[in-house]
Structures are given as structure tokens and as C-alpha cells.
Ligand binder design. Structure first.
Ligand code: SF4
Length: 427
């Protein structure tokens, strides 16, 4: 990996005025232990999207890890991993920085990493360099003897936090009163809950208990087909954009997709609208992907005639409509790897992945649609210092930052995940 692929260096260069460009917040050049203590600091490098006060804060790790240089940390991680051998598997999400994914045994999206965790029953520990819901999912799919470790407990996901289990239970109660709970003459239930992988284990458990299923951005259409075979309509959470974009792609009318605002009775809808609905969309979103706009796409097309624009389906509907293609991180990665001739790509997803793809494919011109460098700040909280700390703790016989899902939640959550794992992703 070339140093230019490092978002870490890019942020530092912008902050120091060594290169042109801008970023959402210069706070990100600080170490995550400093960001952690900033009140309400949310995703997308934005303090305007605060994480809930109840979200865990990691706090300080020993000073030897905070003060070490990236090179020193790299050496310590490599040494600890070599000593641990098969005892540990390190998973890295696509949105992690280079300084993290260079140590990963697997790099991928949440779906691929969930499978990787399941395929390593011999490892005592699974170190998940991603966000909280991903570590929970790995815990659900691993054996009880395995410890799933999230290097920084403050690495959450604001989208996942937008669907709280109490709000979802309340919504379900209101819908059950309105629709009833009995199947119709075709044997279809009134509503099937579908949750995006980016949700808490509690929400996955809710789906397992109520005939529902989990989806990822790779298999959302396949999962919605599964749901419509069993129900008249779908309750989709937490990401309204993935739900809307997927349903539109299946030919479902936008008018049949009311938005559910959990703060209002009937989600802010009248009964007739809900009775005529096909997909009820929870009012959640990703603060990183909502930044991509049709205006950015128009600018890219003007400045780079012939550019191929690919955006993630967590982007708003009008952005997906203006792009040439939309797809998961696996889709984007594959599309670029398979392009035979040198081409120009404008990508609408998290900057770490875009910058890494640009470094890995120098024959292409690859850039991020958003001119402002704005990493997912919660993903960014995984820093090599935390990885060195958790690995060296393992070597010393101590498991730190273990993520364990309560068995009462885990059993139904596994049901909804196993339904999803049986669905083949389309990439
Ligand atoms: S990129 Fe968006 S959906 Fe993914 S972890 Fe960050 S806030 Fe959550």
C-alpha cells in the first residue's frame, strides 16, 4: 500500500495547509482518545449529528499506546499478531483507514466479514475493526468460547442508533392494532419486519421473534423478495434510503412507501396511507452517505466527460437516480477491479475506501464525489493504538473490550441472521 493511500496523512496535510482541500472537521487529525471526550461528537466528522448520550465512551488507553508513533504501533501489532498466530483473527471493514486494514486477515463489508467470523471456530479471539453492531453480529455467529473484541468501544454507528428497540416495539404495537396479526387468504401476514445489518442485536432479535429477517446492501432486493413471499408489506429499518432505493428498483411505487417518524403517532401518517402501503420506511439515514448530491454528480460529469458514477444505496434517492450505477461496497470494489480499460470513476461512498481503491488501481482515475474529505468518524475511532492494546492484552492473558450479546436477544437475532445468510447476495 502506498503512503498516499492513507487518509490519516491526507487529513494531516489538509489540516497543516500542506495541500489544498477541506475536511468536515479538523478535530479528526487528533487521536481518537481526544475525539472520544468531545461532547456529542457524531459520525461523518460532524458535531451536528450527535451520538446518543448513552453510547459507550472508550476513555483513555495506557499512555504507551497513545504516545507511540504509527510505525512503532505497526511493529507492535505485527509482532503480537505473529505470536498469537491462529489464536486471533483480525477483521477490517472497507471504511477503515490503511493503518488498520493493513493488519486485517479479511477486508470486506459487513456481510462478508460476518461470514469470515463464522468460518474461524479455531480462533480464541476475533478482533473486529469496524463498528459496534458488526462486533455484535460476529458474536452472534461465533462460538460461545470465542471472544469478539471491538478495539474502541466508542466506535458505534449513528444510523444503527436511530432505531431504538423501544421505539420499534412501539411501532409494531401500533401497526398490529391497525393491520391485525392474522394472515390473509393467501397465507400472507400483514407486515414483515426487515432490518438492515446496520442495527443493534436487539433489533435483529425483534425481527427473529416476529417472522422477519436481516439484509445488507448486497442482498437487500433478495431479502425483500423473501419478505413479500411471506407478507403483504414490509417494515424496513433503520435506513430509509436503502429501503427506498431497493424498493424503487423492484418497481414499487414511491407513494406506497410512507416514512415512519418514531416520535409521532402512527409514525406521522394517517391510517389510510399505512393501509395502502407496501414498504414502511423507518426515518433513519447514514450521515456520511447523505452528503452525496446530484449537484456533485453534475459537476463530475462536466469536469470529467465520460466519467462512470457509482454510488452506495445508502445515498438519497435523487443521488442514486443521477448516478450511472448504485451498489454495495462489494459491488463498487468489483466494478472497478473488472474494468478492462483505464477509466474515470466518481464514487459516492466513504473516503477511506475510495482512496484505497484509487491507490490499488493506478491505471484508473478514481475520486470521491464529495470534495470535502469526511470520513465516518465512528469508524475512524479504530486507531492502531487500540489494536496494539487489545492484541498485547490478549498475549498477557487478558481479554479487553469483549462484545457479548445477551442470550435472550442472541437466540432470535441468530434466527433472523441465519435467514439472511441463506439468501445469496447479488454483487
Ligand atoms: S458509514 Fe454510515 S452506516 Fe456506516 S458506520 Fe458510518 S455512520 Fe454507520
Amino acid at each position: 500500500m502506498t503512503p498516499t493511500a492513507s487518509i490519516e496523512l491526507t487529513l494531516k496535510d489538509i489540516s497543516a495547509g500542506r495541500t489544498s482541500g477541506s475536511m468536515c472537521s479538523t478535530d479528526l487529525v487528533e487521536a481518537p482518545w481526544d475525539i472520544d471526550t468531545a461532547p456529542g461528537y457524531g459520525p461523518g466528522a460532524s458535531t451536528a449529528d450527535p451520538i446518543p448520550v448513552s453510547a459507550p465512551r472508550q476513555g483513555e488507553i495506557p499512555v504507551e499506546y497513545r504516545d507511540a508513533t504509527v510505525d512503532e504501533l505497526r511493529e507492535r501489532i505485527v509482532r503480537a499478531k505473529a505470536e498469537l498466530g491462529h489464536r486471533v483473527v483480525l477483521l477490517g471493514h472497507h471504511y477503515q483507514r490503511v493503518e488498520v486494514v493493513e493488519h486485517a486477515d479479511y477486508i470486506g463489508d459487513s456481510f462478508m466479514l460476518a461470514r469470515a467470523a463464522q468460518n474461524h471456530p479455531e480462533a480464541e479471539a476475533i478482533v473486529f475493526c469496524g463498528v459496534h453492531f458488526m462486533a455484535e453480529t460476529a458474536d452472534l455467529l461465533s462460538t460461545p468460547d470465542q471472544a469478539v473484541i471491538l478495539p474502541n468501544l466508542a466506535a458505534g454507528c449513528s444510523m444503527a442508533d436511530m432505531a431504538d428497540i423501544d421505539q420499534v416495539e412501539d411501532c409494531w404495537e401500533q401497526l398490529s392494532e391497525l393491520f391485525g396479526t392474522e394472515p390473509d387468504a393467501d397465507g400472507k401476514v400483514p407486515v414483515v419486519p426487515v432490518t438492515y445489518m446496520n442495527s443493534s442485536a436487539a433489533i435483529k432479535g425483534f425481527c427473529g421473534r416476529n417472522g422477519g429477517i436481516v439484509c445488507t446492501s448486497s442482498n437487500a432486493e433478495v431479502v425483500l423478495e423473501w419478505a413479500f413471499e411471506r407478507g403483504r408489506r414490509v417494515l424496513f429499518f433503520p435506513d430509509q434510503h436503502l429501503g427506498r432505493n431497493t424498493a424503487l428498483g423492484m418497481g414499487i411505487d414511491l407513494a406506497a412507501m410512507p416514512l415512519w417518524n418514531p416520535a409521532r403517532p402512527l409514525g406521522g401518517n394517517d391510517e389510510e396511507t399505512l393501509l395502502e402501503s407496501t414498504v414502511i420506511l423507518w426515518q433513519g439515514f447514514c450521515s456520511v452517505h447523505k452528503r452525496f448530491t446530484p449537484a456533485q454528480i453534475a459537476k463530475a460529469r462536466t469536469e470529467h466527460p465520460g466519467v462512470r458514477v457509482i454510488v452506495h444505496p445508502e445515498c438519497p434517492q435523487e443521488t442514486v437516480a443521477a448516478a450511472d450505477e448504485s451498489g454495495s461496497t462489494a459491488y463498487i470494489t468489483k466494478a472497478i477491479a473488472e474494468a478492462a480499460e483505464p477509466a474515470t470513476f466518481a464514487i459516492g461512498t466513504e473516503i477511506n475506501l475510495v482512496q484505497r481503491l484509487a491507490a490499488e488501481h493506478p491505471q484508473h482515475t478514481i475520486f470521491c464525489l464529495d470534495p470535502v474529505v469526511c470520513p465516518c468518524s465512528t469508524m475512524y475511532r479504530i486507531h492502531p493504538g487500540y489494536i496494539a492494546w487489545v492484541l498485547e492484552s490478549l498475549l498477557a492473558g487478558t481479554v479487553v473490550n469483549r462484545i457479548s450479546v445477551d442470550p435472550e436477544v442472541a437466540v432470535p437475532a441468530r434466527v433472523s441472521l441465519e435467514r439472511m445468510l441463506a439468501a445469496k447476495p447479488r454483487i
